[in-house]
Design a protein around this ligand. Sequence first.
Ligand SMILES: *[C@@H]1O[C@H](CO)[C@@H](O)[C@H](O)[C@H]1NC(C)=O
Ligand SMILES: *[C@@H]1O[C@H](CO)[C@@H](O)[C@H](O)[C@H]1NC(C)=O
Ligand SMILES: *[C@@H]1O[C@H](CO)[C@@H](O)[C@H](O)[C@H]1NC(C)=O
Ligand SMILES: *[C@@H]1O[C@H](CO)[C@@H](O)[C@H](O)[C@H]1NC(C)=O
Ligand SMILES: *[C@@H]1O[C@H](CO)[C@@H](O)[C@H](O)[C@H]1NC(C)=O
Ligand SMILES: *[C@H]1O[C@@H](CO)[C@H](O)[C@@H](O)[C@@H]1NC(C)=O
Length: 584
Amino acid sequence: MELFMKNSSLWGLKFYLFCLFIVLLNINRVFASHNIFLDLQSSSAISVKNVHRTRFHFQPPKHWINDPNAPMYYNGVYHLFYQYNPKGSVWGNIIWAHSVSKDLINWIHLEPAIYPSKKFDKYGTWSGSSTILPNNKPVIIYTGVVDSYNNQVQNYAIPANLSDPFLRKWIKPNNNPLIVPDNSINRTEFRDPTTAWMGQDGLWRILIGSMRKHRGMALLYRSRDFMKWIKAQHPLHSSTNTGNWECPDFFPVSLNSTNGLDVSYRGKNVKYVLKNSLDVARFDYYTIGMYHTKIDRYIPNNNSIDGWKGLRIDYGNFYASKTFYDPSRNRRVIWGWSNESDVLPDDDIKKGWAGIQGIPRQVWLDLSGKQLVQWPIEELETLRKQKVQLNNKKLSKGEMFEVKGISASQADVEVLFSFSSLNKAEQFDPRWADLYAQDVCAIKGSTIQGGLGPFGLATLASKNLEEYTPVFFRVFKAQKNYKILMCSDARRSTMRQNEAMYKPSFAGYVDVDLVDMKKLSLRSLIDHSVVESFGAGGKTCITSRVYPSLAIYDNAHLFVFNNGSETITIETLNAWSMGACKMN
Ligand SMILES: *[C@@H]1O[C@H](CO)[C@@H](O)[C@H](O)[C@H]1NC(C)=O
Ligand SMILES: *[C@@H]1O[C@H](CO)[C@@H](O)[C@H](O)[C@H]1NC(C)=O
Ligand SMILES: *[C@@H]1O[C@H](CO)[C@@H](O)[C@H](O)[C@H]1NC(C)=O
Ligand SMILES: *[C@@H]1O[C@H](CO)[C@@H](O)[C@H](O)[C@H]1NC(C)=O
Ligand SMILES: *[C@@H]1O[C@H](CO)[C@@H](O)[C@H](O)[C@H]1NC(C)=O
Ligand SMILES: *[C@H]1O[C@@H](CO)[C@H](O)[C@@H](O)[C@@H]1NC(C)=O
């Protein structure tokens, strides 16, 4: 803990307070990734409350979900597995639930694929990934928990019947476990194997998340036959003071195209991405860099920050993400888990469910080569219904207008803002340079009027803004450049006076050059208790989970606002009511 406090005092402090809070409340214990409520793990949902359930995000009919596992495309079918508690709405009893889809939007829920049953996974079947071997045979490698101390090994599972188009049944062969940790590895921090890739030497490689002291690391293992795995002398990469790395994900991205690449792709014009879910910070961080195959090491670019101050896949409720290559559309797709914002388990028990998966997003390297870009997969657009559109509408300071004619609790909104000058941008206080963007958003929220911004959307809003979640931009003038803050601020998202509600002013910076192009775009997917937003075409993404009490169903409203002195033009706004996806 001390180490964390030094480098990341704010998050360290928050985490410390959170631990203290848990200890004070005396609710069982905290270890690894989740709060543990032993007494509630197997209390089945009495009923499932609909009001905040999502309609086009992925959800099972009830109970707790977390990490997406082993997403893949196989013989015309998409598979999504995920960590699931079949017995209750808090974390525990984790199995691999399994769903299939033809379009990544509508899903069929199947029987669980993997669940604890053998010596090598009796105490848990945790996250993992799939690899499709060259003979078109899928294989899953996942983490098994072997005892009540949470000691971990890696196992594999294969489909029982390759002719079954849905691959319903999975077998865990008896030569498991595949990988047991050697003495140099902390056996309680050894999990979440990646998809395997093959090097030029014909050896398969996977990464496993781990930690030594406070150094997070992606351990590298190699194998010729996929059965016998040998640990490489060095991790593929590690970074000091980052805590345990969960769910590592490693993949190539093309320098000249938005197309995805298979993880074993070998060729020119590529960079690599290493994503880790930092267990202590609870966000997904990534760097862009080079994979030096001769030494089998990944080295982040010197302008890619490697740690808690680095780039995040999403600056909100979004964790344990995993990508897969979709050969049918030549793209790479990322899935991430979005947890609930109730800090205490009571609310989840009452509503009978907890956790959703974010909308699957296509992911590629930005032209700058400095960051990723993400965009909801195009199939989502098949759910778009009634549309409203407007163009060329000016908003001066303090103005706000309502987008009418769509269902504002279940919508897809795309808007392009423009402005004629940067002169009114407020000064960026140099003291903020050390803060996280979300702390700057806490200081400069949507009600603090400014120069260039705040302007954006007020989503899931009650009629008179008693509650709303604003998603907005604010432009600052820093010493050398402009800094563009994008916020998704949950602080006024609900009137419910629940002290234990998580209502962060999530935010990230947007790396665009406004000097030439005085335009900023924003897309928000609004789905009852989630607002998933994409700034500047997907350069900065923020997901908020919120629980309005007034702004529900037809009482939810959508506004566009400007609270800055520079007049903002809405060049175009397209908004659609969204249909519900099929999930059965
Ligand atoms: C395998 O799946 C196919 C297609 O669903 C089915 O016809 C066949 O009976 C299955 N085989 C076994 C052994 O279950
Ligand atoms: C291993 O990890 C656990 C959980 O983070 C930690 O409590 C323990 O101190 C670690 N053990 C060693 C030897 O570092
Ligand atoms: C673009 O990059 C891909 C690999 O990412 C490569 O196969 C292709 O040849 C490149 N095209 C050009 C025009 O450089
Ligand atoms: C960072 O890397 C770039 C390109 O690889 C190089 O040109 C530059 O000199 C490096 N900068 C520093 C500070 O090392
Ligand atoms: C704009 O600022 C005013 C004054 O602080 C505030 O009343 C209003 O709620 C703000 N609008 C939004 C959308 O936050
Ligand atoms: C989601 O829930 C909130 C509120 O309990 C926690 O603060 C977050 O840490 C948690 N996020 C993850 C990834 O577990």
